[in-house]
Design a protein around this ligand. Structure first.
Ligand code: 13P
Length: 249
């Protein structure tokens, strides 16, 4: 069995005033069975973690450095995220791969650091529109998966997120068949690499324009164990609907 996870990625959004949304969310999580995560900007991580400490809401970072400490101005280690209350960290988001030139090898090193600090790594994979048009999607996903995930993962410390780049922030969502094809492929690769038990237990999230209106359909797709939600995680009223849809799936 995989664990279901509704994860919000706030990206570079949110100041103190937006913690009111977290307050509202916390008031609406009673009875929710699925795991819930928000990865706020690092400036809000500690405060959000304190707010959520008696709840099912987990918090996480949006990236971390592969190194433990040292002269790396502006960077944060996995241990620092952990110290601020995080239990997860998103790694290899396409915006990091594109904006900061992160390679799959870099992401694997960061994932090793995350695991060493006892954080769960949410490793993101996704093809560009040009790669999909050229029918290279599965090759790209397979390569990113092989390169970005360390060998010594356990199912409770790794989550994989499939986020087609062309679906992020665009309102364009793949067909359910397209989502199904990629998620089945990821599941098969995880089983091939990590064995029947571990490979079958790693949660696979879909991300890219998930909204309250399409969440239930997406969660009905086999091997979709949850969502990595950007824009719709910023407002509690939207995110709670997505969480409830996952709970009901
Ligand atoms: P949107 O939900 O805003 O499309 O963002 C998806 C995403 O990139 C989450 O990591």
């Amino acid at each position: 069995m995989t664990r279901k996870l509704a994860a919000g990625n706030w990206k570079m959004n949110g100041t103190s005033a937006d913690l009111a949304e977290v307050e509202t969310l916390l008031q609406n999580l009673g009875g929710v069975q699925t795991d819930v995560l928000i990865c706020p900007p690092a400036t809000l991580l500690h405060r959000m973690s304190e707010m959520a400490s008696d709840s099912i809401l987990a918090t996480g970072g949006q990236t971390c450095d592969a190194k433990l400490s040292g002269a790396h101005t502006g960077d944060l280690s996995a241990e620092m995220l952990k110290d601020a209350g995080a239990t997860y960290v998103i790694l290899g988001h396409s915006e990091r791969r594109d904006d900061h030139g992160e390679t799959s090898e870099d992401i694997r090193e960061k994932a090793r650091a995350a695991l060493a600090s006892d954080l769960t790594a949410v490793v993101c994979l996704g093809e560009s529109e040009a790669q999909r048009d050229a029918e290279n999607t599965l090759d790209i996903i397979g390569g990113q998966l092989a390169g970005s995930i360390p060998d010594d993962v356990t199912a409770d410390r790794l989550v994989v997120a499939y986020e087609p780049i062309w679906a992020i922030g665009t309102g364009r969502v793949p067909t359910l068949e397209q989502i199904s094809e990629v998620h089945d492929f990821i599941r098969a690769r995880l089983i091939r690499r990590f064995g029947e038990t571990t490979g079958a237990q790693i949660s696979i999230l879909y991300g890219g324009s998930v909204k309250p209106t399409n969440a239930s359909d997406i969660f009905a797709v086999p091997n979709v164990d949850g969502a990595l939600v950007g824009g719709a995680s910023l407002k509690a009223a939207d995110f709670i609907q997505i969480i409830n849809a996952l709970d009901a799936a």
